[in-house]
Write a protein that binds this ligand. Sequence first.
Ligand code: WTA
Length: 641
Amino acid sequence: MSDFVQRPGALEHTHCTAEQYRRLYQNSLADPDRFWLDQAGRLDWFVAPRTGGNWSYDPVEIKWFEDGTTNLCHNAVDRHLNARGDQPAIIFEPDDPASPSRTLSYAQLFVEVIQMANALKAIGVRRGDRVTIYMPNIVEGVTAMLACARIGAIHSVVFGGFSPEALAGRLTDCDSRFIVTADQAVRGTKPVPLKANVDAALEREGVNVESVLVIRHTGADITMAEGRDHWFHAVASDDDVPCEPMAAEDPLFILYTSGSTGKPKGVLHTTGGYGVWAATTFHYIFDYRQGETYWCTADIGWVTGHSYIVYGPLMNGATSLVFEGVPNHPDFGRFWDVVDKHQVNILYTAPTAIRALMREGDQFVTSRSRASLRLLGSVGEPINPEAWRWYYEVVGESRCPIIDTWWQTETGGCMITTLPGAHDMKPGSAGLPMFGVRPELVDAEGGVLEGEAEGNLCITASWPGQARSVYGDHERFVQTYFSTYPGKYFTGDGCRRDSDGYYWITGRVDDVINVSGHRMGTAEVESALVLHDKVAEAAVVGYPHDIKGQGIYCYVTLNAGEDGSEALEAELRQHVRREIGPIATPDRIQFTDGLPKTRSGKIMRRILRKVAEDDYGSLGDTSTLADPSLVERLIAGRRDS
Ligand code: WTA
């Protein structure tokens, strides 16, 4: 088809050709157990598994490699010591380009992981405990994750941009008694008071934290609570800490993510299946070659950081760059400076960053060499063809393939993507399913759509990296993902399949919005808004935003006697930032005297979405509204706001 962009001729995939992909994909569907037991050989096991998958979507129970035991810290670190102890494992590039970067060999990473493991043990952490990691994107964030894996503790990384309130919710939900944090984070010279946020979170009711481990990072002045807070450097030691043998189905981590209803869910991943999925997908998709430098610009606070800064690359013995900073500090050329400074070969970033950089013009890119780049990746949201082309032509000079990887916190790793150097690409399409992935498009009633079609994206068979549950609430896991279309995993995404079998993700079809590649439940923002004492009711929807992909649009009704003013708008913005964090800051707030409801009181979000999108031609049937005249007032309000 004419919309193909042919893969750059000089590049072949070293691990897999298009023909091998076809064969491996076929095999993975024909005999998944055999296929995945073979792939499991990528890891070292204490006891090698003999069972592949043992799963059911009704009732929902998912297990992979259940008779195997392993440890992912051993696989990410110890196992490389003989063959590549001196090879760089992590390159750390700080926020301030004038500060020195750091390169840790696998041998040095081992030492730092051991020190962290000793520190965790010293503050009382034991196998099975939940440890909340609230850190900047720095080496100690990575070693904290690996040290947890080493001693069999379950990590729950909370993105450093979340508020004390959001942190408190995530601490109580999994009854976490331990926190690893730093004095401060800095992003683009702006300090983020991590330790002070922790102190504030610990004041909240229900939070039950015994010990806080604090890494000195910026040297900022902080308060330490006697008996509760411990400096890392005071408790760390070099004593030997062996890797705990973990059953494949022992939990590895919890990661909170937003859904369409309620508070964020603690998505639970276990050890063996996640490990095999992260290792296998990294190997095939990023086509990593020994000696190369790989850079994923995500933060360890998101699943992309878990699978593709930490576990995937390190289990493959790669050199993974950890970047503390932001794309626009000191200027919009920072990414390309980092690429040149560390001779980055593989770059994995998000469409929102690409669009933000594209807007600043080509000179920030073309004034840097970028000759080392070989492969470009995109993740987190649909990439618009214009941004794709800019990434391909300007950043990659039409010589680097682009992989547009579709996946989710719940999938553990990439699910749909072309393979670089093996497949031709289509700008805006993620491409083809990874091994073992069976995508299916269904209509609203659950009818299966064949061939070229557009519908809701489900996956009909389990894969090793699939989330196993929602921590502490298996019923919510079942309801959220397996009840809309019984017997299938429902992703929450809309999707089109073209005549070449390529998949095009069209975005969320539920009440989740994707703001700068971050998932945000509209319900969460609504709950935050109504906590404000002047707010009566709130409805939040997404709307197209040039840089962020989607922006946050809030309709707010006020209590009797209150007037919507610019000052109140600013106050509500601040209020949401305080409740959730800066990533949830409303882009637009429209005060309205009512929300469009049916006679039975259900808010018609479709109308709110259309008004927010400035798209009034297709409002659809509004006659079922309790007050049809409200629509005119909403439109007038939109034009004024
Ligand atoms: C969206 C991030 C289109 C999608 C790894 C999904 C994408 C949600 C892509 C998961 C992509 C992620 N193309 N959409 N390549 N990658 N998404 O859990 O809507 O933070 O459901 O995981 O991001 O976001 P999450």
